[in-house]
Design a protein around this ligand. Structure first.
Ligand code: FAD
Length: 390
């Protein structure tokens, strides 16, 4: 009898609160009914899954990412568990949820005025508006704090010029834009509506990972942003985008956990049902070693990510801890995905069998929210006291 649930095997559910368990179960059921059977059509077509996203609305799922009064109350672990369950079906779908909640909604909650929350957060929370978060530019990826998109103060607002690259949901309704104020040289934050004149987004073509996420190359040409759309409490890069990344990098590794779990489940099912040489694949020693390696890597990663999430909730997670966990877990996800893909043989390249998606999506988990290298250098700086980069 196969041990299909890697959480149950080491009694990992016992580490979760009743609320976390309840939310996990609800999301698992939703994903099994609405996401898993439909998502790969969208993956193959590289299309945004409008039908599935519409089905999320009645669940009020995004309320779980916000504190009261705008949400149900939240925690790092609860948010992570939702993303883990979504990623078991598709890491792109989990990334869509992450962009809208960990980046866009968190920024509005943390830095927005009450008027901005009423106008935008209530809509982005209820998925009436879909939106993104624009930091990266064509010329500034890892070196994001050198960004050159800029604003100039004019009467009643600001004029925005520049570009953004890789922005998920950048062609939807609303975008947080991080731009340099030409008067102060500081990075500031703005809420920009994509329908305003001067906004132009092109979906980046040829992307073979996170297929359903609509990543855009965006140009801003003399966009007028009214004063009321400036995030007034942002003071600079540190007390602005960096705070948001400190938050999201705690939770993004949960997406990687979902991918590892998805790989484990699919590999175990496959190898315990397909026969070669008259025996189940799972009866071969080489396959068993791979399965155990995937299982153990998932469990070790889970414990690490959960510990980080609990520490972050207590305000005790340092930037180095956050970065090292993100780097390590996403690196391990690449290894797990490769092992899973090997185990399925030829059928391992079919989207419905998950493992080929895991293989390519893991490449993005490894790269976005700070690459493996950059996160390692951030952690390295903390543990040595010596900065190896700017
Ligand atoms: P580069 O910075 O050019 O790095 C290239 C390589 O050089 C990497 O291996 C890197 O680790 C290495 N490198 C760079 N500097 C150093 C150094 N000092 N020391 C050692 N090695 C170094 N951004 C957003 O703002 N919003 C989004 O919604 C968003 N979504 C994304 C979705 C996808 C699918 C992808 C691929 C990216 C997304 N990004 C987004 C951007 C992402 O954060 C950047 O891709 C990432 O920060 C890396 O930047 P880069 O791609 O320009 O690589």
């Amino acid at each position: 009898k196969a041990q299909i649930d890697p959480m149950e095997y080491l009694s990992l559910y016992d580490l979760l609160t009743p609320e976390e368990l309840e939310v996990r179960k609800a999301v698992e059921a939703f994903v099994a009914k609405e996401v898993t059977p439909k998502i790969n059509d969208y993956v193959e077509a590289a299309q945004f899954p409008t039908e599935i996203v519409n089905a999320v609305k009645p669940l009020k799922l995004f309320h779980h990412f916000l504190n009261k009064p705008y949400g149900h109350g939240t925690s790092y672990t609860k948010q992570g568990i939702i993303l883990m369950e979504a990623a078991r079906a598709d890491a792109g779908f989990a990334t869509f949820i992450a962009v809208q909640n960990l980046l866009l909604n968190y920024t509005l909650e943390k830095f927005g005025s009450e008027a901005q929350k009423q106008k935008y957060l209530t809509r982005t929370r209820d998925i009436e508006y879909i939106g993104g978060w624009g930091l990266t530019e064509k010329g500034y990826g890892s070196d994001a704090s050198s960004l050159t998109s800029n604003v100039k103060k004019v009467q009643g607002g600001y004029i925005l010029n520049g570009d953004k690259r890789w922005i998920g949901n950048g062609n939807k309704d609303v975008l947080i834009v991080w731009a340099r104020n030409l008067d102060t040289n500081k990075v500031e934050g703005f809420i920009v509506e994509t329908k305003w004149p001067g906004y132009h987004a092109e979906v980046i073509q040829g992307k073979l990972a996170l297929r359903i996420v609509q990543n855009c190359q965006i140009t801003f040409t003399n966009i007028f942003i009214p004063d009321e759309n400036k995030l007034e409490s942002v003071t600079d890069f540190q007390n602005g985008p960096n705070q948001v990344l400190m938050h999201s990098r705690v939770i993004v590794p949960w997406i990687a956990l979902g991918v590892m779990r998805g790989v484990y489940e699919h590999s175990l099912k496959w190898t315990t049902t397909r026969k070669q040489f008259g025996k189940y694949l799972a009866s071969f020693q080489l396959q068993q070693e791979r399965l155990v390696r995937i299982l153990s890597t998932f469990q070790a990663s889970f414990l690490m990510v959960l510990r980080l999430s609990r520490l972050a909730a207590e305000g005790k997670a340092t930037i180095g801890m956050i970065s090292s966990v993100k780097a390590w877990v996403t690196d391990k996800t690449r290894e797990v995905a490769r092992l899973g893909r090997e185990m399925l043989g030829g059928d391992g390249i079919i989207s419905d069998n998950y493992v080929i998606k895991a293989l390519t999506d893991a490449e993005v988990l490894y790269t976005y929210e700070g690459t493996y290298d950059i996160n390692s250098l951030v952690a390295g700086r903390e543990i040595t006291g010596i900065g190896a980069f700017k």
